[in-house]
Design a protein around this ligand. Structure first.
Ligand code: NAD
Length: 293
């Protein structure tokens, strides 16, 4: 069993981007600028946004954090997105999800200019990805793809089973794994909450991607010997021994599943860190697309 080490790979990507920024500075090229919009005070969202801003600083990107209270109206949020679309210095815009229920998340997503949509949630980017055209691919699926690429795992012809069909993980990673690229060229099965006999499906997986959001749901008896297991899940469980008061677990029961695997991602230290690295790559690409270099 070998760990797919998100910490190591994401650090490599961050370092490559940092060096690219030094090069861009010496060539007087534009420095990428990421604007993050955070609504409310959800603990998870605060942590994710703080980490994104910290990574921008590490690389040398500019970043701006715009905060609103939970009570902000849809109209004001839309106006802010429009302002960021029109701000020529801003290359990437992300609105941290979830946002309060009184705001239509689709309206906000579609208001972001597709060129600046570094989260890759805009229908234009999803459509372009489906067609195999250059696009901002959602950060988590792109992070998984990059991880497989960096470990030089030849996925062609493999059977990839994805548990979960969300717009931000399950659907896009299924498409990426099926497209004619390396990584890719896999035969993909998408499972979800209405799948009959999930275990019969997961036992066929050469690559199993768990993105259902249920702590330690995938047990050893659901995994084929020698499988590659990618754990996307992030669940906070109360843990009095931790300073934070909680521990993070994935969708896979790591200790019992890992010995059966050829490769497995840990949680934390796997897909989560790759998500941030790929967001940073999308931001760099957005800047290059906008400035033409
Ligand atoms: P979601 O709730 O939008 O979707 C979950 C999917 O799982 C649904 O399609 C549902 O049909 C399926 N599902 C639920 N129960 C199931 C069951 N018993 N059997 C089969 N399928 C089942 O979730 P999401 O936004 O895709 O996130 C999934 C998990 O990934 C969450 O834990 C989330 O926190 C995590 N996540 C992690 C990252 C990261 O960077 N690592 C990014 C996004 C999401």
């Amino acid at each position: 069993m070998e760990l797919l080490d998100g910490k190591k790979v994401s650090q490599e990507i961050i370092e490559e981007l940092r060096l690219e920024i030094l090069q861009r500075i010496s060539e007087h090229k534009k420095i990428p600028h990421l604007a993050a919009v955070l609504v409310g005070h959800d603990g998870g969202s605060e942590t994710y946004v703080a980490s994104k801003v910290k990574h921008c600083e590490k690389i040398g990107f500019k970043s701006t954090l715009i905060r609103f209270e939970d009570s902000v109206s849809e109209e004001i949020l839309l106006k802010e997105v429009q302002r960021l679309n029109e701000d020529d210095d801003v290359d990437g815009i992300l609105v941290q999800l979830p946002i309060p229920k009184h705001i239509d998340v689709e309206k906000i997503t579609e208001a972001i200019s597709p060129v600046k949509d570094v989260d890759g949630f805009h229908p234009v980017n999803i459509g372009r990805m489906v067609k195999g055209l250059p696009a901002h691919v959602a950060a988590t699926p792109y992070g998984i793809w990059l991880m497989l690429q960096r470990y030089k795992i030849n996925t062609a012809g493999m059977h990839c089973v994805v548990i979960g069909r969300s717009d931000i993980v399950g659907k896009p990673i299924s498409l990426l794994m099926a497209q004619n690229t390396q990584p890719g060229n896999a035969t993909v099965t998408i499972c979800h909450s209405r799948t009959k006999d999930l275990k019969a499906m997961t036992l066929q997986a050469d690559i199993l991607i768990a993105a259902l959001g249920k702590a330690e749901f995938v047990k050893a008896d659901m995994v084929k010997d020698g499988a590659i297991v990618i754990d996307v899940g992030i669940t906070r469980l109360p843990d009095a021994t931790k300073k934070s008061g909680y521990k993070i677990v994935g969708d896979v029961a790591f200790n019992e599943v890992a010995p059966k695997c050829c490769y497995i991602t840990p949680v934390p230290g796997g897909v989560g860190l790759m998500t941030i690295a790929s967001l940073m790559m999308n931001t760099m690409n957005a800047c290059k697309m906008r400035t033409g270099n």
